[in-house]
Design a protein around this ligand. Structure first.
Ligand code: NIG
Ligand code: FE
Length: 429
């Protein structure tokens, strides 16, 4: 392993939405571009105004950018900054008591039907202010940053009432001003029916379509709309209504689909032109074919599969055969995936779902960017894209998937600015 260089200066201090404007040339990098694999003979990357300005040889880039600061990466592996494309990271309270109930034999569904589950987090969330919600999320966010994450999706969905949903989305946007990372926000419109809602689930869907969605669209606080299609949540017809309204308001959609049963959610998502269908443990061949036709990304969430001790894994082989891009995300949430590690999600996707290490790496870069609709800007190392990098203290890319808890990050680069890995080792012996 290389020792830290003395020629490069300290990482740039950046908070929130600042970008590095001084040109930087990173040299002696082993670039895993995620577009064409490692570029032979090209070990340098130039960042100007936060974007990748060039990829090439060191002499060529020094010549083209004579004023740039030179940063010697001493042979380290460099990947695109990782993208966690599915989280519910903004919430109040915790559900450790529910874990004890499940360990004693109760199921996730029965706890949810008895008023626990999402509803219990909703009650704890409603008690917090916007800044308390952001503060509660920060330790979890910092853990993801320490895994090399530079883009994070954050869903609302524990607010249920419009005012609290807006508060959660504002907290998500605030996080992007408190930490150097890009945040994509999602309004998880139909997550659970609030207790005693007039007209029950249909009444709530009507309220979402007539009032909540237009208000959310007008607020500009949501980049996309999500729903939970499940026997304990919303039906295909109800989700279709929500999606129709969202699309009329020009908000892209995505879906929690076929997690606990085959509701034909994947097919619905594809039919509605969804960016992604997520979970998919019970998705059938028709759903997969529909996703392939529509270009809908499969977002695999092995943390929830593991934590719920599910027996049926998503149909990875069939998804692969059909050419459906597979993303991997942490699903960080208090109920089914209390996990703030994208590297752990990659390991679980390999061990539990049988993804190859290459698929795992694509799953947290290119495919994840596509699931968020940001592939033109992120997800691979290409000229013109945002210079978001994860720089690693590992010999092989597979090492990022192979171990658990080893903290391999050397440094993150977000929009061209170098940031220390929170709490990670910066050198090795
Ligand atoms: O992605 N499925 C719905 N939403 C979350 C779980 C929410 C919860 O139990 O708090 C998920 O698994
Ligand atoms: Fe989720």
């Amino acid at each position: 392993m290389p020792t830290p260089t003395s020629t490069s200066s300290a990482p740039t201090a950046v908070a929130g939405a600042a970008v590095a404007s001084a040109p930087v040339v990173f040299t002696r990098a082993r670039l895993l571009t995620m577009c064409t694999g490692a570029i032979e003979g090209h070990d340098s990357i130039a960042a100007v105004d936060g974007r990748i300005a060039a990829i090439g040889g060191p002499a060529e880039l020094r010549h083209r950018f004579p004023d740039a600061e030179l940063v010697d990466l001493e042979g380290r592996l460099v990947t695109p900054g990782l993208i966690d494309c599915h989280t519910h990271i903004v919430y109040g309270g915790d559900r450790s008591a529910e874990m004890e109930r499940r360990l004693a034999g109760e199921s996730y569904e029965s706890i949810a039907r008895a008023g626990g589950g999402i509803l219990s987090t909703a009650a704890a969330t409603a008690r917090l202010t916007e800044s308390e919600l952001a503060a509660a999320a920060l330790p979890r966010i910092d853990a993801l940053l320490a895994d090399g994450v530079t883009t994070l999706e954050i869903k609302s969905g524990y607010g249920l009432e419009l005012e609290v949903e807006l508060r959660c989305l504002r907290a998500a946007r605030r996080i992007a001003t408190l930490r150097p990372l890009s945040v994509s926000t999602t309004y998880l419109a139909a997550h659970v029916v609030p207790p005693q809602f007039p007209g029950g689930s249909d009444g709530y869907v009507e309220q979402i379509c007539s009032h909540y969605l237009p208000a959310i669209a007008a607020s500009g606080l949501a980049d996309a709309v999500d729903a939970y299609c499940e026997t304990i949540a919303f039906s295909v017809d109800q989700v279709a209504r929500v999606f129709e309204r969202a699309r009329a308001l020009r908000l892209p959609v995505k879906l929690h689909a076929d997690q606990l049963s085959n509701m034909h959610g994947a097919a619905l998502a594809a039919r509605c032109g969804a960016l992604s269908a997520d979970h998919l443990e019970f998705t059938d061949a028709d759903g997969i074919a529909a996703m392939a036709r529509a270009g809908t990304v499969a977002v695999l969430l092995p943390g929830a599969f593991y934590f719920l001790r599910q027996q049926q894994a998503p149909p990875v082989r069939a998804l692969r055969q059909a050419g459906v891009p597979m993303a991997i995300a942490s699903d960080c949430n208090p109920g089914t995936s209390p996990m703030s590690s994208l590297l752990a999600a990659m390991n679980l996707a390999a061990v539990e779902f049988g993804l190859s290490t290459d698929e795992c790496l694509a799953g947290v870069t290119r495919a994840a960017a596509r699931a968020l609709g940001v592939l033109a800007d992120r997800g691979s190392l290409e000229v013109g894209k945002s210079c978001d990098l994860a720089i690693w203290n590992v010999e092989q890319p597979a090492a990022l998937v192979y171990s658990l808890g080893s903290r391999p990050l050397y440094q993150r680069v977000w929009r061209g600015a170098r940031l220390p890995a929170p709490g990670a080792a910066t050198c090795s012996i």
